[in-house]
Each structure stands twice: as C-alpha cells, then as structure tokens.
Design a protein around this ligand. Structure first.
Ligand code: PAP
Length: 321
C-alpha cells in the first residue's frame, strides 16, 4: 500500500483499505506501517510525523503504553529544572527562585510533557510548536520507525522506558477498563496478537532497543523494574544522559521522593482530576505501581504463553524483559 495519508492537507485521509480490528471491547484499531492504532489517534500520528520539527535541545520521552512513563513525566522536568544540576540553569521562567521546582500540587505529570499524538497533533493537525521555549519536553507512544525524521536526525535526546510485558498487559487492561469493559482473556488474546494501542508491544520495544545500541548517546533505554529497584542510581544516570548531572545527594533523594508513586498518587489533583485530552481520570495513571502485579491476574498458562512470545521475539537481541 503506497500511500495512506495526504500530508499536504491539514486533515489526514485515512486509507479505507488499512487492516481493521475491533478489539478490547469496542475499540476500532487500524494497522499502519506495522503497528496498531486506535482510530482517533492515527490521523494525529500521521500529522505529528509530517509536521513536527525537532530541535537539538528537545527531550522526547518515548514508550509503549503503561510502562511507567508517568513516573518519567515527573522525573525529567525535575531534572531539567533542577537548580543544582551541574549543567542546569533552573531554566523554567515560572519557577520561584526561592522554592524547589515542584509543579505536582497543581499539575498531573501529563501536563509537564505534552503528548505529540494524543494531545498536540490530535487537537490541531497543523500545530505550530515554534513558540514553545527550549528545552521542549515532549512525549510520544509512536514506534521508532514512525518517528518524525527530525527527531531521528537532530541531536535531541530520546528517553525510552519499558517493562515486563505481563505487567504492561495487566496495567493496560485495568486502565482501559476504567472507560470500556473487556473480559481479561479477550484483552489478553488481543495483546498477545499485538492488537492494542501502539502495538505490537515487542516490536515497539525492539525498535528503540536496537537504535539505543547503535546510538547510546541519542537514546537512553530504561526499564521500570530497574527504576523501582534503584531509583537514585537510575535518576543519576538519566540526569547525566540529559547533560544535567545531579551532584548533590540530598537533591537526588528529594527528587525521587517528589516523584514517588506514594506522593503523586495521594495529591488532591491526582485523586480527583481528569485528563482533558483523553478523558481518563488522573487516578487511573497511579494504580498500584508494583513490579509483578501480573501474578494477581494471570493464570500459569497465560504467563507461560506471554513469556514464550517475549522469549521468541527478543531472541538474539540481547534484551531481556
Ligand atoms: P501511560 O502509557 O498511560 O502514560 P504509564 O505512566 O506509562 O501510562 O504507566 C502507568 C503505570 O505506571 C501504572 O502501573 P500499574 O497499573 O501497574 O500500577 C502506574 O501505577 C505506574 N506509575 C505511575 N507513576 C508512577 C510512579 N511515580 N512510580 C511508580 N510507578 C508509577
């Protein structure tokens, strides 16, 4: 299929011949360039791919869904706005010089790193981000192969996070079930077949993993489990990667606490707010925040099946999940 969109016009025409599936209850998915998208997101993905122009100073947080990106949507702005990082300048204009950067009382982390496809280019397919001050902190669920060329070609940094696919599936099932109803076994089958937003999961991970091996200075590949087991070590690594090494022990500890699941989950905004772009409650982004919660949901057979897929897909890649 040669062309599935018209990039010259502001509205992208979705090719009616794209493969379709109704899955996860009633969600209509379309497959484009090897990945599945919920129908309302596809035009926005196409628009972002065509129109977004990266700057060297941009930081792009990339992930498949439910891998813990909300944690990084909190951590990355804190690092960038740190007053004491070795290279930091406390950058944000709105930061009270007397106070530590802590926007979380008023903002869900989604606000701090807007999403290219589900937010910016969904609202306006011709969105112009040229007025946004650098460093622009943005996020995407787009697979590596679909990213706008300027993200790949510029010196901007990409931070990728992934997680045990069994926990990803359970997290995604709970999250989507806050809006739609789909029996666990049906959703599991779809996930294993790669039919879920921005799926197949394993292809998504492999795209970024392979590129991170080729260009470690460009893509930092993180795992949720490692962030859980060693948050201070991982935050330091991330800060150095972003060119903002954190030098003070106290500050790293404070940043980790500020962005912790327990703290964010219990803030009023996150207990009561709703994401204006996608309609999900903010509390649905903070469910249990654990490694291995899949044990409470998946049968031994399901575990074996998904582990087998993971093993087969990742074989020879050097990556283990
Ligand atoms: P998204 O793709 O919709 O943005 P994302 O933030 O990537 O979701 O993943 C959500 C998961 O990260 C949730 O996992 P769970 O369902 O297994 O609980 C969520 O609880 C977890 N999470 C969010 N914030 C944090 C945090 N600060 N620390 C640890 N885990 C977190």
């Amino acid at each position: 299929m040669e062309s599935s969109s018209s990039s010259s016009s502001s509205t992208f025409q979705i090719d009616a011949r794209l493969p379709k599936e109704i899955s996860w209850g009633t969600i209509e998915f379309l497959q484009w360039e090897g990945f599945w998208y919920a129908k309302p997101h596809l035009a926005a993905v196409m628009a972002a791919r065509s129109h977004f122009k990266a700057r060297d100073e941009d930081v792009i947080l990339a992930s498949s869904m439910k891998t813990g990106s909300t944690w990084l949507k909190a951590i990355i702005p804190c690092i960038i706005n740190s007053k004491t990082s070795a290279a930091g300048d406390g950058n944000g204009d709105n930061i009270d010089e007397e106070e530590d950067y802590d926007p979380f009382v008023e903002h869900h982390p989604n606000d701090l790193m807007p999403a290219l496809e589900t937010q910016i280019f969904r609202q306006d397919p011709n969105a112009d981000l040229s007025g946004m001050p650098s460093p622009r902190l943005l996020r995407t669920h787009m697979p590596y192969s679909i990213l706008p060329e300027s993200i790949k070609d510029s010196a901007c940094k990409i931070v990728y996070i992934t997680r045990d696919p069994k926990d990803v599936f359970v997290s995604l099932w709970h999250f989507l079930n806050t809006r739609i109803s789909c029996p666990l076994h049906e959703a599991f089958e779809s996930f294993c077949n790669g039919v879920h937003p921005f799926g197949p999961f394993h292809d998504h991970v492999l795209g970024y993993w392979k590129e991170s091996l080729k260009r470690p200075e460009k893509i930092l590949f993180l795992k949720y489990e490692e962030l859980k087991s060693d948050p201070t070590g991982q935050v330091r690594k991330l800060a150095s990667f972003l060119g903002r090494p954190l030098v003070q022990v106290d500050e790293v500890d404070k940043l980790v606490w500020k962005c912790s699941f327990e703290r964010l989950k219990n803030l009023e905004i996150n207990r009561t707010g709703v994401d204006p772009h996608l309609g999900f409650t903010y509390k649905s982004y903070f469910r249990v925040g654990l490694v291995g919660d899949w044990k409470n949901h998946l049968s031994a057979e399901m575990r074996k099946h998904l582990d087998k897929i993971t093993q087969t897909k990742l074989e020879g890649s050097g990556l283990e999940l």
